[in-house]
Design a protein. Structure first.
Length: 117
């Protein structure tokens, strides 16, 4: 089992990279939107709906700290900023696919299963 996450490059038409953690693919909100073919507002509503129904447990959702460097416009110096980005594992994708009825999500899940074997 992988105890620390790692970035895994994917040869998939929609998703080019996932976080691999606890032997599963973890996707951020932008990736979920692309796979499910929905916008950010609908994604948030569906996540809230699933959460209210008690279908999401915290082990399928995680916030990772991603450090990036940014230059200030008026200065040569760079400063580090830490962004908190929420990722969701394939269990959440399966739950969302039921509400979106999208073949794209099922294709990704099939593709991921084949890659993991």
């Amino acid at each position: 089992m992988i105890t620390e996450y790692e970035r895994k490059i994917c040869d998939h038409p929609i998703i080019k990279e996932v976080l691999l953690w606890h032997d599963d693919a973890w996707l951020d909100g932008t990736q979920l939107e692309a796979i499910l073919r929905i916008n950010r507002h609908k994604l948030k509503r569906l996540l809230q709906q699933i959460d209210a129904q008690g279908e999401i447990s915290f082990e399928h959702s995680e916030v990772f700290s991603v450090v990036r460097q940014r230059c200030k416009k008026d200065k040569q110096t760079k400063s580090d900023w830490i962004y908190q980005i929420r990722y969701y594992d394939t269990t959440i994708l399966r739950l969302l696919a039921e509400y979106c009825e999208t073949e794209s999500a099922l294709n990704f899940l099939r593709w991921w299963r084949e890659q993991s074997i």
